[in-house]
Each structure stands twice: as structure tokens, then as C-alpha cells.
Design a protein around this ligand. Structure first.
Ligand code: NAP
Length: 264
């Protein structure tokens, strides 16, 4: 029960990493407000009495305001925000996303969701957390926020900006004397519906595609949503009370470096 009595809000929680974070937070005693752009593909009651759903499109200032007003009235404030919602942009804009050929529409759409969405979340969470005993904001960035990704330049740029904004929020809250910490998490290749959309649907072909991705990871396997969820439990809980402004990589060793060595 590492999150007992915490009130936590998670964005993009209908599936993938966000849903798994929600499930683990509930197991650890938190009250969890799952939010997503449209709806959940299941009944919220399936997750128990401490789970709530609010429709929240992270790009919409009014949605944030209404949701945080409701949370503040219902629970007298917020203890944890996980800014998880994020997109690659390939679903809505299948054309090239490289630095030479990207479209302004795709660039702006990706940044509106991934960067403005996180910035708005931080803005409203600060208001709802500053009178609590402690608050924790966890921003889900990406390995792509720390290295260049030529075929997904907007995604990489937005994720890099999340890393930087996290540090601004951490220092701002510390300077103001607010009891709020803010950290970023940088997943590598975690198998979720986001990946499933980009990989073959045939099970055998999917296994081959996943094995090819895993071959590039030092630990030789793709990550699971739980690998990120467990890191979020730590950052959300008071166990990390002296941790703010950090970046936590969950990537099977990808960012530890490349080998560039003779093959014997
Ligand atoms: P996912 O399976 O695609 O789930 C993302 C969720 O966010 C979906 O439910 C989606 O809803 C929702 N969403 C999209 N736009 C939204 C908006 N404007 N407002 C609210 N919700 C919105 O993705 P995932 O793999 O779990 O990724 C979760 C986070 O981890 C993302 O920020 C992603 O960039 C990051 N990440 C993932 C990986 C990975 O390997 N999976 C690696 C690094 C970082 P709709 O379906 O309705 O759009």
C-alpha cells in the first residue's frame, strides 16, 4: 500500500502504459481518476470503488480546468498527476515526419498533445497540489526525448521539451516553497497499442518484428507497461520525497550507449 490515501490523476489511461499505471496505483491504495480523450473501452466499475473516469483531452484548457475543479471539490485536492497521454502523430498524419518533409499540421498536432498537454497538466496540478502535504508530478517523456529520431522528428522534439519543462516545474515549485516534486520518465520500447499500430497484425509476423526490435536492446527484450508502472509508483510515493527534476530511463539499457566494437 505504497500510495495509501493518495489521490492520483492519470491522462491517456484508457489503454497501454496509462492503464497499467492506474491498475498498479489502485493496488497500492490510491484513489485514481483515469482520464482519456474520449472514453474507456471498459466500465470504470471493473477497476473497483476507488477508480473514477473523467473525459479529458489534454490539449483543451477548459477540460483541465473542469476536471481539476471537480477533483478539488470531490477530494479537496490532488496528490499525484501522471502526464501520460502522448501520440506519435503517425495515425492522424501518416506522411513523412522527418526534418526535411514534415508538415506544419502534424508538427503542431504532436506538440499540442505531447508538450502543451503536459504543460497544462503541470499548470493545473500545481494549483491543486500546493496546499496538500506533498505532491508529485510524473511526466512520461521517452527515450526519444534524449536522442534524435530522424523519422519522428516532432515526436522526439516534443519529448525533449517535456524533459526540460519537467526541470523548470521542479525548480519553480522548489523556489516557491510548494511541496511539489516533478520528474520525467523515459521509456524505451514498451510493447503497447502504440507499437501494435505500427507492427504487423499477423501473430507470427508480429513475433518476428518484435524480435528485431528487441535485438537492438541490450537486455534483448521489449519492455512491458509494468516496467513503467513500477517506476511511477516510486516517483508518486513519499519514498521519493528527496527526488525532483530527475529523468528516469526505463529502456533495457538502450541509452547506456552503443557498442561500436569488433565482433569476434
Ligand atoms: P497508447 O497505447 O497509444 O495510449 C495512449 C493513450 O493516450 C490512448 O488511450 C489515447 O487515446 C490517449 N490520448 C491520445 N491523445 C490524447 C489527448 N489529446 N488527450 C487525452 N488522451 C489522449 O500509448 P502508450 O504506448 O501507452 O504510451 C503512453 C505514453 O508513453 C505516451 O506519452 C508515449 O509517448 C510514451 N512512451 C511510450 C513508449 C512505448 O514504447 N510504448 C516509449 C516511450 C514513451 P486515443 O486512443 O483515444 O487517442
Amino acid at each position: 500500500m505504497r500510495l495509501k490515501e493518495k489521490v492520483a490523476l492519470i491522462t491517456g489511461a484508457a489503454r497501454g502504459i496509462g492503464l497499467q499505471i492506474a491498475k498498479r496505483f489502485l493496488e497500492h491504495g490510491a484513489t485514481v481518476i483515469l482520464t482519456d480523450k474520449v472514453s474507456l473501452p471498459f466500465e470504470i466499475s471493473e477497476l473497483g470503488d476507488n477508480a473514477y473516469f473523467m473525459q479529458l483531452d489534454v490539449t483543451q484548457d477548459t477540460h483541465w480546468k473542469q476536471t481539476l475543479d471537480w477533483v478539488s471539490k470531490q477530494f479537496s485536492g490532488l496528490d499525484v498527476l501522471v502526464n501520460n497521454a502522448g501520440i506519435t502523430g503517425f495515425e492522424e498524419f501518416p506522411e513523412a515526419h522527418d526534418p526535411e518533409n514534415f508538415s506544419i499540421e502534424a508538427w503542431e498536432h504532436v506538440h499540442a498533445t505531447n508538450l502543451l498537454g503536459v504543460a497544462l497538466g503541470c499548470k493545473y496540478a500545481i494549483g491543486a497540489m500546493k496546499t496538500r502535504v506533498s505532491g508529485s508530478i510524473v511526466n512520461i517523456s521517452s527515450r526519444s526525448g534524449l536522442v534524435g529520431i530522424p523519422a519522428a522528428a516532432a515526436y522526439a522534439s516534443s519529448k525533449a521539451a517535456i524533459r526540460n519543462h519537467t526541470k523548470s516545474v521542479a525548480l519553480y515549485c522548489a523556489e516557491k516553497g510548494y511541496p511539489i516534486r516533478c520528474n520525467s520518465v523515459h521509456p524505451g520500447a514498451i510493447f503497447t497499442p502504440m507499437w501494435a499500430q505500427m507492427l504487423p497484425t499477423d501473430p507470427e509476423e508480429l513475433d518476428v518484428a518484435k524480435a528485431a526490435i528487441a535485438a537492438d536492446v541490450p537486455l534483448k527484450v521489449m519492455g512491458e507497461p509494468d516496467d513503467v508502472a513500477y517506476a511511477c509508483i516510486y516517483l508518486a510515493s513519499d519514498e521519493s520525497k528527496y527526488v525532483t527534476g530527475i529523468e528516469l530511463n526505463i529502456d533495457g539499457g538502450l541509452l547506456a550507449g552503443t557498442s561500436a566494437r569488433p565482433q569476434n
